[in-house]
Design a protein around this ligand. Structure first.
Ligand code: FAD
Length: 503
């Protein structure tokens, strides 16, 4: 085995994807066998957005032995219980996709079926009244779930908001302390082996050459190795995800800040608000076919909370994925591998799963094609399932501005059309392989946008309606009463993880 082992890995790029990749490689690979080097360019810098996460990031922290309070303080972070959607579906509509479900199944049937039955009987309470995360979030409260408290009040998850630049710095310290070598410099040339076409080395502008057996391309949208060198190709999803730009800035925000991300639909896209301890991240993601950069900038600034702290800048992107995430001796991670607009904050999740999957399929220098094919199949399935979930938010709309008209009427991927059909028929979502989002998430988006199934599960009728109504009321009231007793997010942060000056 060892004579064919990969002896050196070069990570190209020091943004979130580069440092997460280096940290995970350093955690699993034997330093006596494999040397890990990361090259990044201070002159080029990082994309500097990507500040909202999903709960799987807590697994990464656990794996790397990162202490939560230290991490939140160092990245000036805050807590995220889900996403509040405003004006999606219809202007004035508010709904919540929380990191949890709508409570325990009742007699084996998911709670949204029971909610639907009560709704048919005239009870017009929103489904969010049964969300523990929203019970906390709408009151500005935060506490981690307490496994001791049993099912019910402990059954939710959470993630973080953080400053992307501080996060990269934090991971860099972590990696350097664990043997990763950082090289600063701008790559000006990439050399390939004549016969195999494999990448042999990169050359920096000052003439230094860095060789490796295996390369992780974390160079951002351009895909320096995977695209510019290996010409892997890109599958564009622009026909389903027309938003292709974002105008971004930071503002002073407003206190108290909520423990969730806010996404507000606007005339040609949507705007995020990501509250941190020292500022708020803001961006308007829009479709350039339906609005101008000037109009987007104006609208974003007009709806900003607090004072702007930076000159707004425009980022351009194209939703889609690289045709192969792994090509020859190069695996693309992060923006180099493709991009899904940040509506559900899924990019960092996809970075994590990509690098974890690489560890699971880690090659030797012979690189069996079957392993590469399997890796590519899993990556493609995963990102396509997330893509469908994001498209769902758009296609359910009743809004009538030209961009919204387009997304309401566009043809959908077959996989998503199938899910919508089954939901409408019976309130169920057929989950596929490598599915990141489970049924409560799909239900939150369907119901939140006013897409109700034609029927509820008939087995619900086994339960006496008055008894069901009493049980649902008790659940709702228990969640609300419990949330009232919890600390505010501000009090929790002040006690455990108030920001500290960057090291
Ligand atoms: C508008 C927008 C909002 C987003 N919001 C979220 C969000 O809320 N949540 C989320 O999970 N994700 C979000 N993302 C995605 C997220 O920003 C990225 O997935 C994440 O930052 C990782 O980027 P990266 O490391 O792949 O690339 P980058 O940050 O662009 O890093 C690229 C690295 O490559 C280096 N590099 C490039 N060329 C060279 C060269 N020639 N020589 C040497 N080094 C080089 C650069 O210096 C840099 O270090 C968002 C993205 C966009 C565009």
């Amino acid at each position: 085995m060892t004579e064919n082992a990969i002896r050196s890995v070069l990570v190209v790029g020091g943004g979130t994807s580069g440092w997460i990749s280096a940290a995970v490689l350093a955690r699993f690979l034997d330093p006596a066998t494999t040397r890990i080097t990361l090259v990044e360019s201070d002159e080029i810098g990082i994309v500097g957005v990507g500040e909202a996460t999903v709960p799987i990031i807590r697994n990464l922290n656990g794996l790397l032995g990162i202490d939560e309070n230290d991490f939140v303080a160092a990245t000036h972070g805050s807590f995220k219980l889900g996403i509040e959607f405003r004006d999606w579906g219809r202007i004035g509509n508010v709904h919540f996709h929380g990191f949890g479900d709508f409570g325990e199944d009742i007699e084996g049937i998911a709670p949204h079926h029971h909610w639907l039955k009560l709704r048919r009987q005239g009870d017009d309470r929103p489904i969010e009244d049964y969300s523990l995360t929203y019970a906390l979030g709408r009151r500005g409260r935060f506490t981690p779930p307490d496994p001791e408290s049993g099912r019910g009040e402990s059954d939710y998850r959470y993630a973080y908001h953080f400053d992307a630049a501080l996060y990269a710095r934090y991971l860099r310290r972590h990696c350097e302390a664990r043997g990763v070598t950082r090289v600063e410099g701008r790559i000006s040339d990439v050399a390939q082996h004549g016969e195999s076409g494999d990448i042999a080395s990169v050359t920096l502008a000052d003439g230094r050459a860095l060789e490796a057996d295996f390369f992780i391309d974390c160079s951002g949208f351009r895909g320096l190795l995977i695209e510019e060198t290996l010409k892997t190709g890109y599958d564009s999803w622009a026909q389903w995800l027309p938003c292709d730009r974002a105008v971004v800035t930071a503002s002073s925000g407003e206190a108290p800040s909520p423990p969730f991300t806010t996404s507000t639909a606007l005339e040609a896209g949507w705007q995020w608000r990501i509250p941190l301890q020292h500022r708020e991240g803001n961006g308007y993601v829009y479709a350039s076919r339906f609005t101008s950069d000037e109009r987007a900038r104006e609208l974003m600034l007009a709806t900003l909370k607090g004072e702007p702290m930076q000159e707004p800048r425009v980022l351009r992107f194209e939703g889609g994925r690289r045709k192969l995430a792994w090509n020859r001796n190069c695996v693309a991670v992060g923006l180099a591998s493709g991009f899904l607009e940040p509506l559900e904050s899924t990019s960092i999740q996809l970075i994590q799963t990509a690098i974890a999957r690489l560890i699971d399929h880690f090659p030797d220098r012979r690189r069996d094609p079957a392993i590469i094919a399997e890796y590519n199949r899993l990556c493609a399935n995963e990102v396509e399932r997330v893509r469908d979930f994001i498209i769902l938010h758009y296609c359910l709309t009743h809004r009538t501005e030209p961009m919204w008209d387009y997304v309401r009427n566009m043809d959908l991927p077959d996989t998503l059309a199938h899910k919508i059909e089954l939901w409408k028929a019976m309130g169920r979502v057929p989950l596929m392989t490598e599915e990141s989002y489970q049924e409560p998430s799909w239900a939150a988006i369907f119901l939140g946008n006013g897409c109700l199934p034609g029927r509820y599960d008939p087995l619900v009728d086994r339960i006496d309606t008055a008894r069901l109504a009493r049980g649902m009321a008790a659940r709702r009231e228990a969640y609300a009463a419990w949330a009232e007793r919890m600390p505010t997010q501000a009090a929790y942060i002040a006690r455990h993880c108030a920001m500290k000056a960057p090291a």
